[in-house]
Design a binder for this molecule. Sequence first.
Ligand code: FVH
Length: 301
Amino acid sequence: MTATATPTHTKETTMPKGTISILGLGAMGSAIAARLRDTGYTTTVWNRTTAKTAPHAAAGSTAAATITEAVQASDIIVAVLLDHASIHANLEPAAADLKGKVLVNLTTTTPNEAKTTATWAAEHGITYLDGAIMAIPEMIGGPAARLLYSGDENAYAIARPALETLGTAEYEGTDPGRASLKDMALLTAMYSMFNGYFQAAAMMRTVGVSAEATAQEVIAYNGALLPHIAHYAALIEHRDYSAGQSVDFTRTAVGSLITAAREQGVSADALEPLARRLDELTATGRSTADWISVIEQLTIK
Ligand code: FVH
C-alpha cells in the first residue's frame, strides 16, 4: 500500500499564535507572510507597491498603509526587502516605532552590512536578528528550507517559534554578520559550481552536444567527486600540503583546459584565476606542494 504523504508546507488549522508584521511582499516576503498566516499568526503586511498587499488582505492579513502602521501593529517585525539600502531607506524613518521591538531582517546583505544594521538597531533600542534564507520561495514552510540566523540571542528566542514555521532554523551565534557570511560563502560555492557547468556546456555545444546531455555528464562526474572536498578540508585544517596532486601537475592540466576552451572559441575566463594562483605558487618555489594549497593564495595580504 502506498502512503499518501502530507506536505509539511500546506495550510495548517491552528489557534492564533501572536502578531507579526512583514515588510516587503516580493516573491520571498509573500511566501513568508502566507506561511506565517497559515500557521496561525496574526499578520500585518506592508509593501512599497501597495497593490501587492491585496491578495494577502483577501487571505486574512491586515494591510498597513504605511511602514509605521505596520511596525506599530506587532512586536515582531520581519523585513524582506531587496537589499541593505532599501532596508535603511525604509526603516530609519520608523526607528522610533521599532524601539523595544524584535526586528528580524531576512534581506540578503553582506556581513558588514548586517553588522551596520545591528549597530544602528542597538542605537535605537531595537532587538535585532539578522537572517539568511537558503531556499527559494516555493520551499518556505518545508523542512528543506534552511534559514540561518545570527545576532541578539533574545531576539532569536522570542521569534524562534515563528521562524521555525518557515523551515529549518539554525542559530549561528551572536555575531550579527555570521549568518550572512555563511550565506555568502555557500552562494559563492554554488555560483562557482554552476559557472563550471556553463563552461562545460559552452565547450560541448561547439560540437552540437546539447546542454541537457552535458548537464547529465556534469551531474554524474562532479557528483561523484564532490564528497572528496571533505578530504581536502582535513588537509586544509592542518595546512598539510606535503602530498597529493602537485601544483606542477595541476598547472599543466589547467593550462590544457584553457587552451582547449580557446581552441573551441570559448572564453577561458572561468579558469584563468586558478591558473594565476598556481603560477604564483610555482613562482614562490611551491611547485611540488599539493595543489589545494591555492587556498593560501586567496587571502588578500
Ligand atoms: N527569491 C529568492 O529565491 C531568494 C532566496 C534567498 C533570499 N532572497 C532574498 O530575499 C530578499 C527578497 O527577495 P524577493 O525574492 O522577495 O525579491 P523581489 O521579488 O524582487 O521583491 C523585492 C521586495 O523589495 C521591495 N523593494 C525593493 N526596493 C525597495 C525600496 N527601495 N523601498 C521599499 N521596498 C523595496 C519590493 O517592493 P516593490 O517593488 O514590490 O514595491 C519587494 O517587496 C532579497 O534580499 C533576496 O536577495 C530571495
